[in-house]
Design a protein around this ligand. Structure first.
Ligand code: SAM
Length: 226
């Protein structure tokens, strides 16, 4: 199929000059956002599923329609695979058939990360597939690695089990920034190009069909040796 989606246009051509300062500030600040009721209710849904069938977790944060969550549930049959997105409109477009080990939550990702981290719940694999790029330089702090919730994500990855992180985007700069932010936090990772056949989400498929490359940061959650 031929498509013609535009490439990311940004007034930022390289890593953001304030990246290190912003990440360093967040790494020493505890994020204390008040928790909205609907996020607590979504988390309670997750807890009920774990009580019924205790399993280790896989997160598909910013899952959109949850197509990737279904694929990941098939890939991780022994885990509970949880797709999280704040948009009810997107989630309503989920695939009709979902495996038993797949749960979709309408919630803010940072809130669910905060609740998981507070209960020291282990996340074995964490996928962040095509997050909103926020390409304007002034929007650095809306990107995952520039946001105050970034340390929460690290707590999940670094908890007891060897959490593995995968972030993917068609904007190479975003992926590299995420890798540098992880490095500043002492977590190893590497950037690579993903083969076109491996698109997991509707956004990834759309940009692949327009000929864009897909970039990936993979980290094993392990701490870098000093
Ligand atoms: C570019 S879309 C990608 C969706 C999906 N991963 C894909 O590739 O098809 C980004 C998604 O992030 C969701 N989102 C943005 N900020 C969020 C937040 N703080 N918490 C939960 N979802 C969020 C949006 O609703 C949107 O569905």
């Amino acid at each position: 199929m031929y498509a013609n989606s535009r490439h990311i246009v940004s007034n930022q051509q390289h890593l953001h000059p304030r990246l290190a300062a912003v990440v360093a500030r967040h790494l020493v600040t505890v994020s204390r956002k008040p928790m909205a009721r609907h996020n607590i209710q979504a988390f309670e849904q997750l807890q009920r599923r774990l009580q019924l069938s205790p399993r280790a977790l896989v997160l598909d944060s910013f899952c959109g329609t949850g197509h990737s969550t279904v694929t990941l549930a098939e890939r991780h049959p022994d885990h509970l695979v949880v797709g999280i997105d704040k948009s009810g409109r997107r989630l309503q477009r989920h695939p009709p058939l979902r495996p038993d080990n797949c749960l979709l939550l309408q919630a803010d990702c940072a809130a669910i990360w905060q609740l998981l981290a507070a209960r020291k719940l282990a996340v074995d694999y964490h996928y962040l597939l095509y997050p909103n790029p926020w390409p304007k330089a002034r929007h650095l702090q809306r990107r995952i690695h520039g946001h105050a919730s970034f340390p929460l994500l690290l707590q999940l990855a670094a908890s007891g089990r060897p959490g593995r992180l995968q972030l993917r985007s068609n904007w190479q700069t975003y992926v590299e920034e995420f890798g540098v932010a992880l490095h500043l936090a002492g977590v190893r990772g590497s950037v690579s190009r993903v083969s076109a056949a491996q698109a997991l989400t509707l956004f990834e498929q759309k940009y692949r069909d327009s000929g864009h490359s897909l970039w990936q940061l993979s980290a094993d959650g392990g701490r870098a040796t000093p």
